[in-house]
Ligand binder design. Structure first.
Ligand SMILES: Nc1ncnc2c1ncn2[C@@H]1O[C@H](COP(=O)(O)OP(=O)(O)OP(=O)(O)O)[C@@H](O)[C@H]1O
Length: 573
């Protein structure tokens, strides 16, 4: 539709030029001129102009439809690819993050630029072809003059497009930094510290620095392009001047009529404009296609983790870490160093260790966000890598230390722990996490949006929960999978008040009865009733046993436990 409309919009300009010539020639006959013929020519010109205008408007609309369809299709492929990454590794690579930003930009621009280029070329071919035919009949050398300017201009635009694309690539990291600082300056959670520590100026300077540095790179490219294009525009004007002088000379000598002269000048200008238009579009499409390589590279990037083929069965015997070694970066420090650990089916294991001991890393490996560099993790004796990731994760419920607070309703914030679900399941999970009463009492109950982002819009009250309440919502989310084979709780109660903590732990203890669980907490009292407590130090298990056994052994656990207990006693005395 777009091509047809563009062609319909382009063709009239040739007709308009031709009828203008006829009109001028008619008028030039002086007294012999026929007013009715001249009027018909004028009507034809107006009719053609109207046709072109309508076609142009329609093609503008069709272009918008096309652009939208392209954006949706290109984004869909990109996000499908992102979702296909099974682990977290790709999201931690700065190069991939930059590449993603470029890919997104290219995905929106390149296909559209190509379509626009093709349509424009089609349009210009009609215009240039028509005018070239007119010029050839009236003044043959004009074609050669046009080509002499257009040929090099195409090459120049292609070179400029390469440089423009390189500038965008070079400034991608700076744009990432800009986004980061923008978020810090506008994010509600960051706003407190930014104000208290008076960091506004500090982050604004960093933001400006990143914007300036990115701007310098792009301006360098733009300045170069302006100089080259400006020089070439001068050459084009010189050629136009030559053509005008020669055509006027021919008219003066009587070889061209006044109408012919108007037509030649109009045709020459239009053809030159058309060629320059194609050259300009060529530059844009060239830059867009160069950036499009990033989109293709993201889509073609290999899987980060190789998925297994076996379906994960219900856990019967247990999960084992066997001599597991892991580090986040090749050449970086080992985070887990020959870790051996068994989580027997049906039992709760408590995990203790100082900051940085590797507890959360262990959980990430258990969820198969990464694979061990050495050793293996087994589910009932089967290497986790042989199992289909989706089926492993479906058997797990987890609360992470840095859980998410989604801008969704209360019901959704809990319910997305298991899709699809019923509202009874949501309320049951919330009750287990001791947050049901609070959510029910919200202005719209469970349908209340837990976000200040839309407060005041469409009657949204914009409720903000407290930190501990959010933690209970996150816990409820993980409890949506109450029948999960394995429940992983990484610091599930760090933000809870003493009352809530006791109730949540009693509820969790009931829920854990006969279930497999891994519980991480710095509050050692919450782990006391775990069947076995494992102490992690620098990526290795250094102690394990029941609370009483570990206290008798008088090692690291006993030291930490006494420190905390002394703290409470001191406070009480
Ligand atoms: N994504 C990451 N990339 C690189 N290093 C990481 C990453 N995540 C954690 N580390 C490093 O791995 C080590 C162990 O971190 P981990 O989060 O597993 O400790 P933890 O025992 O859970 O600590 P905490 O008690 O503070 O939660 C730390 O030294 C940390 O710097």
């Amino acid at each position: 539709a777009m091509v047809v409309l563009v062609l319909v919009g382009a063709a009239p300009s040739i007709g308009i030029a031709w009828f203008t010539k006829l009109l001028f020639d008619e008028v030039g006959r002086g007294r012999a001129a026929s007013p009715s013929t001249a009027t018909w020519y004028a009507v034809a010109i107006a009719g053609l102009a109207a046709l072109a205008a309508i076609a142009n408007r329609l093609s503008g609309y069709v272009t918008a439809v096309l652009q939208q369809a392209i954006t949706i299709a290109a984004d869909a492929r990109l996000y499908r690819k992102l979702n296909s990454f099974l682990g977290l590794g790709p999201f931690e690579q700065p190069a991939l993050r930059d590449r993603l930003a470029l890919a997104q930009q290219a995905a929106d621009q390149a296909p559209y630029a190509v379509v626009l280029f093709v349509v424009n070329v089609a349009q210009n071919v009609v215009t240039i072809g028509g005018f070239a035919a007119i010029l050839a009949s009236l003044w043959p050398p004009a074609g050669l003059l046009l080509l002499a300017v257009a040929g090099p201009e195409f090459l120049i635009q292609l070179r400029l497009s390469r440089r423009a694309a390189r500038a965008v690539e070079d400034s991608a990291g700076l744009f990432r930094a800009r986004l980061l600082f923008q978020t810090v300056l506008t994010d509600l959670r960051a706003a407190r510290e930014v104000r208290l520590f008076q960091l506004g100026r500090f982050f604004h300077d960093r933001l400006t620095g990143a914007v300036r540095a990115a701007g310098r790179i792009e301006l360098d490219a733009a300045r170069h392009a302006t100089l080259v294009q400006g020089g070439w525009a001068l050459a084009g004007s010189a050629v136009t001047l030559v053509a005008t002088v020669v055509a006027v000379g021919a008219a003066v000598r009587g070889r061209l009529s006044l109408g012919d002269l108007t037509l030649v000048l109009a045709a020459f200008g239009a053809a030159q404009g058309g060629l320059a238009g194609i050259a300009g579009q060529l530059g844009e499409v060239g830059a867009a296609l160069r950036l499009f390589r990033h989109y293709v590279a993201v889509l073609d990037s290999p899987a980060d983790l190789v998925d297994g083929t076996r379906t994960t069965p219900p856990l019967r015997t247990g999960i084992r870490f066997e001599d597991v070694w892991f580090r986040y970066d090749e050449g970086g420090p080992w985070v887990l160093r020959g870790l051996d650990l068994t989580i027997p089916a049906g039992q709760a294991v408590g995990l203790v260790g100082l900051n940085g001991a590797g507890k959360s890393t262990l959980v990430k490996l258990l969820c198969r966000f990464y694979d061990p560099d050495r050793g293996r993790i087994t589910w009932d004796g089967v290497d986790l890598r042989e199992l289909r990731v989706e089926t492993v994760r479906r058997r797990m419920g987890a609360v992470f230390q840095d859980f998410m607070c989604y801008d969704l309703t209360a019901a959704e914030n809990v319910g997305i722990g298991r899709l699809p679900h019923t509202s009874e399941q949501v309320e049951q999970a919330a009750a287990r996490a001791e947050i049901h009463d609070r959510l029910r009492a919200l202005p719209h109950g469970y349908a209340t949006l837990l976000s200040r982002t839309f407060a005041g819009q469409d009657g949204e009250p914009g409720v903000a929960l407290s930190g501990g309440q959010w933690q209970r919502v996150a816990l409820a989310r993980s409890l949506m999978r109450a029948d999960a084979d394995l429940l992983v709780l990484d610091e599930p109660s760090s933000g809870l008040d003493a009352d809530a903590e006791t109730r949540v732990h009693a509820s969790l203890a009931r829920l854990r009865q006969g279930r497999t669980g891994l519980l991480i907490s710095h509050r050692l009292s919450t782990l006391r009733d775990a069947r076995r407590i494992v102490v992690l130090d620098a990526g290795r298990v250094v102690e394990s046993g029941t609370h009483d056994e570990l206290m008798t052994a008088d090692g690291e656990y006993a030291r930490l436990f006494r420190l905390q207990a002394d703290g409470y006693q001191l406070a009480a005395s």
